[in-house]
Design a protein around this ligand. Structure first.
Ligand SMILES: [Zn+2]
Length: 296
């Protein structure tokens, strides 16, 4: 089984599924803690998916993009939740209503004709994003979706969504604080999602001893894995680990070697079965050093 040139589409799916925020969302779908993501009208009139935002720690816009990308890959199934009127020029769904008898009719039309036109076409609306003016009946319908998990993809995703419950339980039994998936606020104020975070003493809000990201793929993982470097730069964690199955591409490895100053350690595992034991070994060894350091 040599390394093959991977089609673009396939590696896009990989890049999407390798994200720990996406993994957190899919795990929530697969273990049944969420069954459907329904749209909710946000404060500024946009449709949001608060549950998905909370699980992934992503912004409203990024959340919507991820949900659409997952639907595009048929991992999520879209269902029309509602359809709303939108501006035919820019798609905006926030309007002001101009009252028919207060605006001056165009020079070519009498007030009486204007009233008939408005009777046929509906109210005159002004969209708030682009200030476009149009009649209600000229507006377009914009579909707003709910998202469900495509049960047919469960087997495929099982490969990606590794079950690390055994190692989490083993670490917790030592009295350490473990969160998985873990959301940690970076120095920038941005919240990042990691596959796992450990604190040997105290709690994770005060000190993080290690953050771990795990990527499982059916092919060598490309530079998309480097997102951990960006996240790692932003969070205060003593050690940052990346476990990759089955391994990194040469290019990705070279980049990691170059950026190793950010305390990111990479372990390439041949298969998924090695992950739990490798993770336990590493985190237990790290505890010896960390706890010693704390005591001195
Ligand atoms: Zn508009």
């Amino acid at each position: 089984m040599g390394v093959e040139i991977t089609p673009v589409e396939k590696s896009n799916v990989s890049a999407l599924l390798n994200r720990s925020d996406v993994q957190a969302l899919l795990k929530a779908f697969m273990n049944g803690s969420i069954s459907v993501l329904k749209p909710v009208i946000g404060q500024n009139g946009d449709f949001t998916y608060p549950e998905a935002e909370k699980i992934m720690g992503t912004s409203t816009r990024v959340t919507r993009e991820i949900l659409e990308a997952l639907a595009g890959e048929e991992i999520l199934v879209r269902e029309i939740a509602t359809a709303i009127l939108a501006c035919p020029y820019c798609g905006c769904n926030r309007f002001m209503v101009e009252l028919a008898d207060t605006y001056s009719p165009s020079s070519s039309r009498s007030k009486a004709i204007e009233n008939i036109v408005s009777g046929l076409l509906g109210k005159r609306l002004i969209c708030l994003s682009g200030r476009h003016t149009f009649y209600e009946n000229e507006g377009v319908s914009r579909k707003i979706y709910s998202y469900k998990f495509n049960q047919n993809k469960k087997e495929l995703l099982g490969k990606w969504l590794l079950d690390i419950t055994p190692v989490i339980e083993a670490l917790r039994s030592k009295g350490w604080k473990v969160e998985s998936p873990a959301k940690i606020k970076g120095k920038s104020g941005v919240e990042h999602t990691f596959s796992l975070a450990v604190s040997y003493k105290g709690d994770l809000k005060e000190s993080v001893d290690a953050v771990v990201d795990i990527i499982v793929s059916d092919m060598l993982v490309d530079e998309s894995a480097l997102s951990i470097v960006l996240k790692a730069m932003d969070v205060n964690a003593a050690k940052k680990l990346l476990l990759v199955v089955p391994g990194l591409t040469d290019k990705a490895r070279a980049l990691f070697d170059y950026y190793n100053t950010f305390n990111v350690h990479v372990l390439e595992c041949q298969n998924v079965s090695q992950i739990n034991s490798a993770l336990f070994e590493i985190l237990a060894s790290l505890a010896k050093i960390r706890l010693k350091t704390v005591q001195i």
